[in-house]
Design a protein around this ligand. Structure first.
Ligand SMILES: Nc1nc2c(ncn2[C@@H]2O[C@H](COP(=O)(O)OP(=O)(O)OP(=O)(O)O)[C@@H](O)[C@H]2O)c(=O)[nH]1
Length: 311
Protein backbone atom coordinates (compact mmCIF):
# COMPACT_ATOMS: atom_id res chain seq x y z
CA UNK A 1 0.00 0.00 0.00
CA UNK A 2 2.91 2.33 0.58
CA UNK A 3 3.71 2.30 -3.13
CA UNK A 4 0.16 3.38 -3.84
CA UNK A 5 0.52 6.24 -1.43
CA UNK A 6 3.73 7.36 -3.09
CA UNK A 7 1.82 7.66 -6.35
CA UNK A 8 -0.86 9.82 -4.81
CA UNK A 9 0.76 13.11 -5.70
CA UNK A 10 0.42 12.23 -9.37
CA UNK A 11 -3.39 12.29 -9.27
CA UNK A 12 -5.29 15.55 -9.14
CA UNK A 13 -7.71 16.58 -6.44
CA UNK A 14 -11.20 16.60 -8.02
CA UNK A 15 -12.09 19.47 -5.63
CA UNK A 16 -10.34 21.14 -2.70
CA UNK A 17 -12.10 19.06 -0.05
CA UNK A 18 -11.89 15.63 -1.70
CA UNK A 19 -11.03 12.97 0.90
CA UNK A 20 -9.30 9.66 0.35
CA UNK A 21 -7.91 7.03 2.66
CA UNK A 22 -7.85 3.52 4.03
CA UNK A 23 -10.36 2.20 6.55
CA UNK A 24 -10.10 -1.18 8.27
CA UNK A 25 -13.29 -3.13 8.80
CA UNK A 26 -12.19 -5.28 11.70
CA UNK A 27 -14.17 -7.67 13.81
CA UNK A 28 -14.35 -11.19 15.05
CA UNK A 29 -15.57 -13.86 12.61
CA UNK A 30 -19.23 -13.71 11.60
CA UNK A 31 -20.12 -10.22 12.83
CA UNK A 32 -20.95 -9.22 9.25
CA UNK A 33 -17.83 -7.45 7.97
CA UNK A 34 -18.08 -8.82 4.46
CA UNK A 35 -21.79 -8.03 4.24
CA UNK A 36 -21.01 -4.52 5.44
CA UNK A 37 -18.21 -4.07 2.92
CA UNK A 38 -20.49 -5.18 0.10
CA UNK A 39 -23.21 -2.80 1.25
CA UNK A 40 -20.78 0.10 1.56
CA UNK A 41 -19.40 -0.31 -1.93
CA UNK A 42 -22.76 -1.31 -3.40
CA UNK A 43 -21.43 -4.51 -4.90
CA UNK A 44 -21.22 -8.13 -3.81
CA UNK A 45 -17.45 -8.27 -3.71
CA UNK A 46 -16.54 -10.07 -0.53
CA UNK A 47 -17.95 -13.56 -0.08
CA UNK A 48 -20.53 -14.07 2.64
CA UNK A 49 -21.81 -17.18 4.33
CA UNK A 50 -23.48 -17.96 7.65
CA UNK A 51 -20.28 -19.72 8.74
CA UNK A 52 -17.60 -18.02 10.78
CA UNK A 53 -14.18 -17.59 9.18
CA UNK A 54 -15.44 -17.35 5.62
CA UNK A 55 -13.06 -14.53 4.81
CA UNK A 56 -9.47 -15.72 4.40
CA UNK A 57 -7.94 -12.88 2.46
CA UNK A 58 -7.57 -9.18 2.86
CA UNK A 59 -9.76 -7.53 0.27
CA UNK A 60 -9.80 -3.89 -0.68
CA UNK A 61 -13.25 -2.51 -1.50
CA UNK A 62 -13.32 0.89 -3.17
CA UNK A 63 -16.22 3.32 -2.76
CA UNK A 64 -15.92 6.54 -4.72
CA UNK A 65 -18.39 9.41 -4.44
CA UNK A 66 -18.40 13.16 -5.07
CA UNK A 67 -17.07 13.68 -1.58
CA UNK A 68 -14.21 11.23 -1.64
CA UNK A 69 -12.81 7.77 -2.10
CA UNK A 70 -12.94 5.34 0.80
CA UNK A 71 -10.70 2.29 0.56
CA UNK A 72 -12.13 -0.36 2.82
CA UNK A 73 -9.89 -3.15 3.98
CA UNK A 74 -12.01 -6.19 4.84
CA UNK A 75 -9.89 -8.24 7.18
CA UNK A 76 -10.31 -11.87 8.15
CA UNK A 77 -11.67 -12.11 11.70
CA UNK A 78 -8.91 -12.30 14.30
CA UNK A 79 -8.52 -15.93 15.33
CA UNK A 80 -7.68 -16.57 18.94
CA UNK A 81 -5.41 -19.42 19.94
CA UNK A 82 -4.49 -19.95 16.31
CA UNK A 83 -2.64 -23.25 16.11
CA UNK A 84 -2.86 -24.22 12.50
CA UNK A 85 -0.64 -22.44 10.00
CA UNK A 86 -3.58 -20.96 8.18
CA UNK A 87 -4.98 -19.37 11.30
CA UNK A 88 -1.59 -17.95 12.17
CA UNK A 89 -1.30 -16.41 8.73
CA UNK A 90 -4.78 -14.90 9.13
CA UNK A 91 -3.76 -13.25 12.36
CA UNK A 92 -0.70 -11.77 10.69
CA UNK A 93 -2.88 -10.45 7.87
CA UNK A 94 -5.19 -8.71 10.35
CA UNK A 95 -2.35 -7.06 12.23
CA UNK A 96 -0.70 -5.81 9.06
CA UNK A 97 -4.00 -4.52 7.66
CA UNK A 98 -4.72 -2.59 10.82
CA UNK A 99 -1.31 -0.94 10.82
CA UNK A 100 -1.81 0.59 7.37
CA UNK A 101 -5.12 2.39 7.77
CA UNK A 102 -6.22 5.92 8.65
CA UNK A 103 -9.45 4.90 10.39
CA UNK A 104 -10.31 1.65 12.14
CA UNK A 105 -13.91 0.52 12.35
CA UNK A 106 -14.50 -2.27 14.82
CA UNK A 107 -17.61 -4.17 13.82
CA UNK A 108 -19.53 -6.04 16.50
CA UNK A 109 -22.91 -7.71 16.78
CA UNK A 110 -25.67 -5.78 18.53
CA UNK A 111 -25.81 -6.77 22.20
CA UNK A 112 -22.70 -8.98 22.20
CA UNK A 113 -19.17 -8.22 23.32
CA UNK A 114 -17.05 -11.35 23.56
CA UNK A 115 -13.45 -12.06 24.57
CA UNK A 116 -12.57 -12.04 20.89
CA UNK A 117 -14.07 -8.56 20.49
CA UNK A 118 -11.98 -7.46 23.47
CA UNK A 119 -8.79 -8.98 21.98
CA UNK A 120 -9.39 -7.16 18.73
CA UNK A 121 -10.13 -3.91 20.55
CA UNK A 122 -6.76 -4.20 22.28
CA UNK A 123 -4.99 -4.84 18.97
CA UNK A 124 -6.69 -1.78 17.47
CA UNK A 125 -5.92 0.37 20.49
CA UNK A 126 -2.21 -0.01 19.74
CA UNK A 127 -2.70 2.07 16.58
CA UNK A 128 -2.92 5.85 16.76
CA UNK A 129 -5.93 6.17 14.47
CA UNK A 130 -9.57 7.12 15.10
CA UNK A 131 -11.58 4.10 16.22
CA UNK A 132 -15.25 3.75 15.33
CA UNK A 133 -17.52 1.24 16.97
CA UNK A 134 -19.91 -0.14 14.38
CA UNK A 135 -22.77 -2.06 15.94
CA UNK A 136 -24.12 -4.29 13.20
CA UNK A 137 -27.23 -6.47 12.96
CA UNK A 138 -29.39 -3.94 14.81
CA UNK A 139 -32.30 -5.32 12.77
CA UNK A 140 -32.18 -8.39 15.03
CA UNK A 141 -32.85 -6.39 18.22
CA UNK A 142 -36.58 -6.01 18.64
CA UNK A 143 -36.20 -3.46 21.40
CA UNK A 144 -33.65 -0.89 20.24
CA UNK A 145 -33.75 0.97 23.56
CA UNK A 146 -32.44 -2.17 25.23
CA UNK A 147 -29.17 -1.66 23.37
CA UNK A 148 -28.48 1.65 25.09
CA UNK A 149 -27.22 0.31 28.44
CA UNK A 150 -25.05 -2.21 26.55
CA UNK A 151 -23.46 0.59 24.53
CA UNK A 152 -23.16 2.92 27.53
CA UNK A 153 -21.30 0.21 29.43
CA UNK A 154 -19.00 -0.49 26.47
CA UNK A 155 -18.17 3.17 26.02
CA UNK A 156 -17.43 3.61 29.69
CA UNK A 157 -14.83 0.83 29.58
CA UNK A 158 -13.41 1.53 26.12
CA UNK A 159 -12.39 4.52 24.11
CA UNK A 160 -14.16 4.94 20.78
CA UNK A 161 -14.28 8.14 18.75
CA UNK A 162 -17.84 7.46 17.57
CA UNK A 163 -20.54 4.82 17.73
CA UNK A 164 -22.68 3.82 14.75
CA UNK A 165 -25.74 1.59 14.66
CA UNK A 166 -26.11 -0.21 11.36
CA UNK A 167 -27.73 -3.12 9.64
CA UNK A 168 -25.49 -4.23 6.80
CA UNK A 169 -28.20 -6.61 5.65
CA UNK A 170 -30.97 -3.98 5.52
CA UNK A 171 -28.57 -1.20 4.53
CA UNK A 172 -29.46 0.98 7.50
CA UNK A 173 -27.19 3.58 9.07
CA UNK A 174 -24.64 3.38 6.28
CA UNK A 175 -24.86 7.00 5.07
CA UNK A 176 -24.07 8.37 8.51
CA UNK A 177 -21.18 5.95 8.83
CA UNK A 178 -19.78 6.92 5.43
CA UNK A 179 -20.08 10.64 6.22
CA UNK A 180 -18.28 10.18 9.50
CA UNK A 181 -15.48 8.19 7.90
CA UNK A 182 -14.99 10.79 5.16
CA UNK A 183 -14.55 13.61 7.65
CA UNK A 184 -11.76 11.63 9.32
CA UNK A 185 -9.81 10.98 6.11
CA UNK A 186 -7.15 13.32 4.78
CA UNK A 187 -7.72 15.66 1.85
CA UNK A 188 -6.11 13.65 -0.88
CA UNK A 189 -6.56 12.81 -4.55
CA UNK A 190 -8.22 9.49 -5.42
CA UNK A 191 -5.85 6.55 -5.70
CA UNK A 192 -8.11 4.40 -7.89
CA UNK A 193 -10.34 5.17 -10.86
CA UNK A 194 -13.97 5.98 -10.04
CA UNK A 195 -15.26 2.75 -11.64
CA UNK A 196 -12.89 0.46 -9.79
CA UNK A 197 -14.38 -1.58 -6.96
CA UNK A 198 -11.38 -3.62 -5.85
CA UNK A 199 -7.66 -4.02 -6.23
CA UNK A 200 -8.15 -7.76 -6.66
CA UNK A 201 -7.93 -9.50 -10.02
CA UNK A 202 -10.78 -11.35 -11.69
CA UNK A 203 -8.70 -14.48 -11.21
CA UNK A 204 -8.71 -13.98 -7.45
CA UNK A 205 -12.42 -13.15 -7.40
CA UNK A 206 -13.20 -16.27 -9.44
CA UNK A 207 -11.52 -18.48 -6.83
CA UNK A 208 -13.43 -16.68 -4.08
CA UNK A 209 -16.75 -17.28 -5.83
CA UNK A 210 -16.12 -21.03 -6.02
CA UNK A 211 -15.08 -20.97 -2.37
CA UNK A 212 -18.27 -19.15 -1.43
CA UNK A 213 -20.32 -22.02 -2.87
CA UNK A 214 -18.24 -24.56 -0.94
CA UNK A 215 -18.96 -22.61 2.23
CA UNK A 216 -22.66 -22.47 1.48
CA UNK A 217 -23.15 -26.06 0.33
CA UNK A 218 -20.84 -28.27 2.37
CA UNK A 219 -21.54 -29.35 5.92
CA UNK A 220 -19.66 -28.97 9.16
CA UNK A 221 -15.89 -28.74 8.99
CA UNK A 222 -15.46 -29.69 5.34
CA UNK A 223 -15.33 -26.15 3.90
CA UNK A 224 -12.37 -25.40 6.13
CA UNK A 225 -10.45 -28.29 4.55
CA UNK A 226 -10.95 -26.98 1.04
CA UNK A 227 -9.37 -24.26 -1.01
CA UNK A 228 -9.62 -23.20 -4.62
CA UNK A 229 -6.85 -22.62 -7.12
CA UNK A 230 -7.44 -21.09 -10.54
CA UNK A 231 -5.23 -22.95 -13.00
CA UNK A 232 -6.34 -21.08 -16.07
CA UNK A 233 -8.24 -17.85 -16.79
CA UNK A 234 -8.43 -17.15 -20.52
CA UNK A 235 -10.45 -14.61 -22.44
CA UNK A 236 -11.37 -16.48 -25.60
CA UNK A 237 -11.80 -14.76 -28.97
CA UNK A 238 -15.57 -15.42 -28.76
CA UNK A 239 -15.75 -13.20 -25.67
CA UNK A 240 -16.20 -16.06 -23.20
CA UNK A 241 -13.97 -16.22 -20.13
CA UNK A 242 -12.72 -19.80 -19.81
CA UNK A 243 -11.84 -20.60 -16.23
CA UNK A 244 -10.31 -23.84 -14.93
CA UNK A 245 -10.36 -24.23 -11.17
CA UNK A 246 -9.13 -26.92 -8.81
CA UNK A 247 -10.87 -27.51 -5.51
CA UNK A 248 -8.20 -28.86 -3.16
CA UNK A 249 -9.28 -31.10 -0.29
CA UNK A 250 -7.29 -32.92 2.38
CA UNK A 251 -8.59 -36.48 1.97
CA UNK A 252 -10.21 -38.89 -0.53
CA UNK A 253 -13.41 -39.06 1.51
CA UNK A 254 -13.76 -35.29 1.27
CA UNK A 255 -13.29 -35.46 -2.48
CA UNK A 256 -16.22 -37.85 -2.78
CA UNK A 257 -18.42 -35.51 -0.76
CA UNK A 258 -17.52 -32.44 -2.81
CA UNK A 259 -18.29 -34.34 -6.03
CA UNK A 260 -21.53 -35.79 -4.61
CA UNK A 261 -23.83 -38.51 -5.96
CA UNK A 262 -23.30 -38.74 -9.69
CA UNK A 263 -21.40 -35.43 -9.60
CA UNK A 264 -24.52 -33.53 -8.51
CA UNK A 265 -22.87 -31.47 -5.78
CA UNK A 266 -19.96 -30.36 -7.94
CA UNK A 267 -22.36 -29.45 -10.71
CA UNK A 268 -24.45 -27.30 -8.36
CA UNK A 269 -21.31 -25.59 -7.03
CA UNK A 270 -20.12 -24.90 -10.57
CA UNK A 271 -23.43 -23.58 -11.83
CA UNK A 272 -23.94 -21.17 -8.94
CA UNK A 273 -20.34 -19.93 -9.04
CA UNK A 274 -20.50 -19.45 -12.81
CA UNK A 275 -23.70 -17.39 -12.58
CA UNK A 276 -22.13 -15.16 -9.98
CA UNK A 277 -18.98 -14.75 -12.10
CA UNK A 278 -21.00 -13.81 -15.16
CA UNK A 279 -22.72 -11.05 -13.19
CA UNK A 280 -19.50 -9.76 -11.75
CA UNK A 281 -17.31 -10.02 -14.85
CA UNK A 282 -20.06 -8.91 -17.20
CA UNK A 283 -19.44 -11.62 -19.78
CA UNK A 284 -20.17 -15.29 -20.39
CA UNK A 285 -18.11 -17.73 -18.38
CA UNK A 286 -17.14 -21.32 -19.13
CA UNK A 287 -16.14 -22.83 -15.79
CA UNK A 288 -14.48 -26.21 -15.42
CA UNK A 289 -13.94 -27.63 -11.93
CA UNK A 290 -11.71 -30.44 -10.67
CA UNK A 291 -11.45 -31.84 -7.17
CA UNK A 292 -7.98 -32.95 -6.09
CA UNK A 293 -6.52 -34.28 -2.85
CA UNK A 294 -3.50 -32.74 -1.18
CA UNK A 295 -2.99 -34.05 2.31
CA UNK A 296 -2.23 -31.53 5.00
CA UNK A 297 -2.41 -28.38 2.89
CA UNK A 298 -3.99 -26.47 5.78
CA UNK A 299 -0.84 -26.98 7.88
CA UNK A 300 1.72 -26.45 5.15
CA UNK A 301 3.18 -22.96 4.77
CA UNK A 302 4.50 -23.66 1.25
CA UNK A 303 1.11 -24.78 0.03
CA UNK A 304 -0.57 -21.83 1.68
CA UNK A 305 1.80 -19.63 -0.28
CA UNK A 306 0.91 -21.40 -3.50
CA UNK A 307 -2.78 -20.88 -2.74
CA UNK A 308 -2.21 -17.22 -2.01
CA UNK A 309 -2.79 -17.17 1.74
CA UNK A 310 0.52 -15.59 2.64
CA UNK A 311 2.10 -12.50 1.16
N1 LIG B 1 -29.67 -10.02 10.57
C1 LIG B 1 -28.51 -9.60 10.07
N2 LIG B 1 -27.61 -10.50 9.64
C2 LIG B 1 -26.44 -10.03 9.12
C3 LIG B 1 -26.16 -8.64 9.04
N3 LIG B 1 -24.93 -8.52 8.50
C4 LIG B 1 -24.47 -9.75 8.26
N4 LIG B 1 -25.37 -10.69 8.62
C5 LIG B 1 -25.23 -12.16 8.51
O1 LIG B 1 -24.17 -12.61 9.33
C6 LIG B 1 -23.50 -13.73 8.72
C7 LIG B 1 -22.01 -13.46 8.61
O2 LIG B 1 -21.80 -12.39 7.72
P1 LIG B 1 -20.39 -12.11 7.04
O3 LIG B 1 -20.54 -10.82 6.33
O4 LIG B 1 -19.90 -13.30 6.29
O5 LIG B 1 -19.48 -11.94 8.33
P2 LIG B 1 -17.91 -11.69 8.47
O6 LIG B 1 -17.74 -10.87 9.68
O7 LIG B 1 -17.36 -11.18 7.20
O8 LIG B 1 -17.42 -13.13 8.74
P3 LIG B 1 -15.96 -13.79 8.54
O9 LIG B 1 -15.84 -14.05 7.08
O10 LIG B 1 -16.10 -15.02 9.32
O11 LIG B 1 -14.93 -12.87 9.08
C8 LIG B 1 -24.19 -13.93 7.35
O12 LIG B 1 -25.15 -14.94 7.50
C9 LIG B 1 -24.85 -12.58 7.09
O13 LIG B 1 -26.00 -12.66 6.27
C10 LIG B 1 -27.17 -7.71 9.50
O14 LIG B 1 -27.04 -6.49 9.46
N5 LIG B 1 -28.31 -8.26 10.01
Amino acid sequence: MNDERDDIAENELPHPDFRCGFVALAGRPNVGKSTLLNALIGFRLSIVSPRPQTTRHRILGIATSEAGQILYVDTPGLHRGAKRAMNRSLNRAVRSAISEVEVAAQVIEAGRWTDEDQALYEALAEQQVPRLLVINKVDLSKDKAALLPFVADLCEKHSFDAVHYVSALKRKGLDALTQDILTRLPVRAPIFGEDEITDRSERFLAAEMVREQLMLRLDQELPYATTVEIEQFNDRPDGVAEIHAVIWVERDGQKAIVIGQGGAQLKAIGTAARRHMERMFDRKVFLKLWVKVREGWVDDEAMLKQFGYTD
